[in-house]
Design a binder for this molecule. Structure first.
Ligand SMILES: [Zn+2]
Length: 120
């Protein structure tokens, strides 16, 4: 449940009420902003514990979502870095070494084409 729970104290406006003498009416309310507007809902008696638990759970879930967002960004960074590293192996020096090695492998396996070319 989105919002925050707090005690709202106010005067009711009735003349001669105890609130005019400083004893304000206290109510537990749920305050939440939606699209720039703040809504205020009085929490019915007996629902305070349930509302507080739901509000706390919502805040936990929001923190989890923020963390997931960070992890997602981190994952993309790692994937990008990995791709960059893969391309980095294609520098000329490395490429020649790899080519020599594969030629060596072919020679060991006895590929006829290579031998034929070498005799010419
Ligand atoms: Zn009053």
């Amino acid at each position: 449940m989105k919002g925050s729970v707090y005690e709202l104290k106010r005067k009711c406006g009735k003349p001669g009420c105890k609130c005019t003498k400083g004893q304000l009416h206290a109510r537990m309310v749920l305050s939440a902003s939606e699209g720039g507007r703040t809504t205020l809902d009085v929490i019915p008696s007996g629902f305070l514990v349930e509302v507080k638990i739901k509000v706390q759970r919502y805040q936990e879930l929001r923190r989890c979502r923020a963390r997931l967002g960070e992890l997602h960004t981190k994952m993309l960074q790692i994937i990008d870095e990995m791709e960059a590293m893969r391309r980095e192996e294609m520098i000329p020096g490395k490429r020649r070494a790899t080519a020599e090695r594969s030629e060596q492998n072919k020679r060991n396996k006895g590929v006829p084409q290579k031998r034929g070319r070498r005799r010419k």
